[in-house]
Design a protein around this ligand. Structure first.
Ligand code: CA
Length: 228
């Protein structure tokens, strides 16, 4: 059941929305004061935030900025009629969409569903702390890799592979485990594909890719990321 945080100070709007959304299978948490929005977001970890702009306590733009600094959760802004500035500001702050008041509940629900269909579920991810081993740091929330303090860009599969290796630093992971975890049933070809990705990864994270120290080959078994 997707969880939705609704931040809206107008009771009639909020109640109407909550009833409709619950009937559509959402679990709705509602706060009406802007100051309650961030604590509610931390507590609920919603799959989606519907955020009014004009709120007592703390404005929708401030709330949007604060949430976006820490999470990719989808945000839909509720803006006043014809307030072009609000819409632009909202999107610049990282809102995913906006709906102009007065809006039809049906339209808002359709937008929410459309965004949830294309958004990855973030609530499982956002709590994950960065992992680090041997000078390589992987932050899944920010989707960022640092090698000796320098940010390194990695393609998605190599990012996943590196993150999984570091999350299990010191342990030998078999080829089968790595392939299942990173490719699952999408895997085509033989285990050479894995070796190719490992080789490319080494060019990014090893001081000397020819004599790898961080990503170690365990002959006949698989790979291990060093925990030293
Ligand atoms: Ca309002």
């Amino acid at each position: 059941m997707p969880k939705l945080l609704l931040v809206e100070d107008e009771k009639s709007i909020a109640e109407g929305l909550a009833i409709t959304l619950e009937a559509e299978g959402f679990q709705v948490a509602w706060v009406k004061d802007g100051l309650d929005a961030i604590p509610a977001w931390e507590r609920v970890r919603p799959d989606m935030v519907v955020l009014d702009l004009m709120l007592p306590g703390m404005s929708g733009t401030e709330i949007c900025r604060a949430i976006r600094a820490r999470s990719d959760v989808p945000i839909i802004m509720l803006t006043a009629r014809d307030a072009e500035v609000d819409r632009v500001v909202g999107l610049e702050l990282g809102a995913d969409d906006y709906v102009t008041k007065p809006f039809s509940t049906r339209e808002l629900v359709a937008r929410i569903k459309a965004i949830l269909r294309r958004a990855p579920r973030v609530d499982d991810v956002v709590n994950e702390a960065p992992v680090e081993a041997a000078g390589v740091r992987v932050d899944r929330v920010r989707h960022e890799v640092q090698v000796d303090g320098v940010v390194v860009e990695l393609p998605p599969k190599e990012f996943e592979l590196l993150a999984f290796l570091i999350e299990h630093a010191g342990r030998v992971l078999t080829r089968g485990q790595l392939i299942d975890e990173i490719w699952g049933s999408d895997y085509v070809g033989d285990t050479k594909t894995l070796d190719v990705h490992i080789r490319r990864l080494r060019t990014r994270v090893e001081r000397d890719p020819k004599t790898p120290e961080r990503i170690q080959t365990v002959r006949g078994v698989g790979y291990r990321f060093t925990d030293r």
